[in-house]
Write a protein that binds this ligand. Sequence first.
Ligand code: XMP
Length: 177
Amino acid sequence: MRDDIERVLIDEAVIEKRLDAMAAEIERDFPQGPLVVIILLKGALVFAADLLRRVPRVLEIECLNVASYHGGLESSGVVDFLDRHFPEVKGHQVLLLDDILDTGRTLHAVSRRLMDEGALAVKTAVLLAKDKVRAAEVEADYVGFEIGDDFVVGYGLDYQGKYRNLPYVGILKAGSL
Ligand code: XMP
């Protein structure tokens, strides 16, 4: 798998150190009381598992399946909610986790839906944010790393379903795309 990677952008030790700081920020910012964390599948799985184990408070974890990318390189522009049931968030503060903020459409659509479902407040955290103009007006409250506008894989992010289990974030070789 390593042979398919052109270069490592963010290595494991750097990610771990940053997650310590993000978790501390989150723990400090959220008032005590019920907190529901929503993990966007599948990309945010690895990030969420590593981040949430660093947050020492009672919380509920829910997952949402949304599709905006369809396994390729380009965002489709439409965000589909794929689950039959939507998590119960009425009256709760919510922390929404995604792997990467790209066009912003996913975070925008999911945050709006959470507010429509009666969430008290929604904050968002992403491992990565691409430094670019967003199609939807949204920024994340917590960002692990700002990166350039490259397609990246690893640490939960995939190309056609592969590379999610790489322990770092990297850029694929042109021949692997
Ligand atoms: P938007 O454009 O809605 O995109 O902010 C968010 C979703 O698009 C996927 N995405 C990527 N996946 N490498 C990936 O593996 C990338 O460089 C990349 N950029 C966007 C991802 O699923 C994210 O949740």
